[in-house]
Design a protein around this ligand. Structure first.
Ligand code: PSV
Ligand code: MN
Length: 388
């Protein structure tokens, strides 16, 4: 039996980082549906992240995307975050939204464009120095659409060169997380299509380079928990971009499509010691709320990660090990399915009471009147969105 006090303690300390871009307007290539009360700048996005933290108690940082969150004074933004009770988290450079990047960024055949992209990555490390951010989250839209378009090997060499330059610039307490994605926007080759490519580059670079697993970036049917277990075992799991998908990179709320997959991932995290702060696994969300209200969607997402974590912590590890040792397939499997079938909501309500917050975050947010307040306060001005 899992020790309830230890389970609750672990749940109180697990931190889930929300992404600034999830608070702004977003959509598909068909339509962006504007919503009311959407933040108009990085400061208001930080305010919204602080609201999610206030109602969940476990989301004390917000990731930034540059230049979407560009401000004149990052020190002032960090101070603002501190004043509203959170911290600035991972910095995500953006080397995919300019005309220059049509053929890629750090892998582009044009040396001047590669230099421009590298300068932006280095600028983002400068920003980390000011914000106190620990992680640089690197995702490259680089790739090709047609066989023969460019040299696959040449692009790997250019990628490696840029990654080394960034790695050399990192401070002692800074890391780089290398995210992979199977396809999109490139459709023939992506330059970092899978965890193996990311892992190989990280191993070349050194211990401050880790793999970032975005749960929406795999082929259907991929066993993500295997990847998680492998990377954690090799001390190369930097963290997650959680979201869920039905078809491609849907960026839906984590745990919405397949809560059992999320549970299986969290089981590997728990069994591999990934919840300990020393493991350095960053639990971040990377989502877009195109049709649902954003702050409650992020609250719901944080709760979904917590529920999966709570169930994973409830796995009877002694029973699991004994069954595995005895080759008892059904009992071993039952150790997982029993935990998954547990209703952890009462346990999480107690955790929230321990944290001094309302045990029902969704209801508390609804009752708070916060949405009506921001709807009025933010009636004027341009709402933030992709590219804003
Ligand atoms: C790319 O699809 C990605 O997952 C990267 O993490 C980007 O930074 C983010 O989405 C942008 O929404
Ligand atoms: Mn991502």
């Amino acid at each position: 039996m899992a020790d309830t006090a230890a389970v609750k303690a672990a749940l109180r300390t697990q931190h889930i980082e929300t992404p600034s871009w999830a608070y702004g307007n977003s959509g598909t290539r068909f339509k962006v549906f504007a919503q009311e009360g959407v933040p108009r700048d990085a400061f208001e996005k930080v305010d919204d992240a602080a609201t999610v933290h206030r109602f969940t108690g476990v989301a004390p940082s917000v990731a930034l995307h540059i230049p979407w969150d560009r401000v004149d004074d990052y020190g002032a933004l960090a101070k603002h975050a501190d004043e509203v009770g959170i911290a600035l988290g991972a910095i995500n450079p953006n080397v995919f939204q300019e005309d220059d990047y049509r053929l890629g960024s750090v892998c582009n055949p044009d040396e001047a464009i590669r230099r421009k992209a590298l300068d932006h990555l280095l600028e983002c490390v400068d920003i980390m120095d000011v914000t106190g951010s620990k992680d640089l989250s690197l995702w490259f839209a680089d790739g090709t659409n047609y066989p023969g378009q460019d040299s696959i090997r040449g692009r790997q060499e250019r990628l490696s060169e840029a990654l080394h330059r960034v790695y050399e610039r990192l401070g002692d307490n800074q890391r780089m997380l290398v995210e992979y994605k199977l396809f999109e926007p490139a459709f023939y080759t992506m330059d970092v299509p899978d965890w193996g490519t990311s892992y190989a580059h990280c191993v070349d670079l050194g211990p401050k380079a880790k793999v970032l697993v975005d749960t929406g970036h795999h082929a259907p049917g991929t066993n993500i928990e295997f990847i998680v277990a492998f990377l954690l075992h090799r001390d190369r799991l930097g963290g997650f971009h959680f979201n869920s998908r039905f078809y491609a990179d849907d960026d839906l709320m984590v745990g919405a499509a397949d809560p059992y997959q999320l549970f299986r991932i969290m089981v590997e995290i728990v069994l591999g010691g990934g919840l300990d702060a020393s493991a350095g696994v960053a639990f971040m969300l990377d989502q877009c709320h195109n049709i649902e209200p954003k702050i409650p969607a992020l609250i719901r997402s944080v709760l979904n990660v917590q529920e999966a974590t709570a169930k994973a912590l409830l796995v009877d590890q002694d029973a699991l090990r004994t069954a595995q040792q005895n080759g008892d397939v059904l009992e071993a499997n039952a150790a997982l399915t029993d935990a998954f079938a547990t209703d952890v909501r009462p346990l999480l309500a107690e955790v929230r009471e321990d944290l001094g917050i309302d045990p029902d975050p969704m209801g508390a947010y609804r009752r708070s009147g916060h949405f009506d307040k921001i709807r009025v306060e933010r009636a004027g001005g341009a709402a933030a969105g992709w590219g804003a």
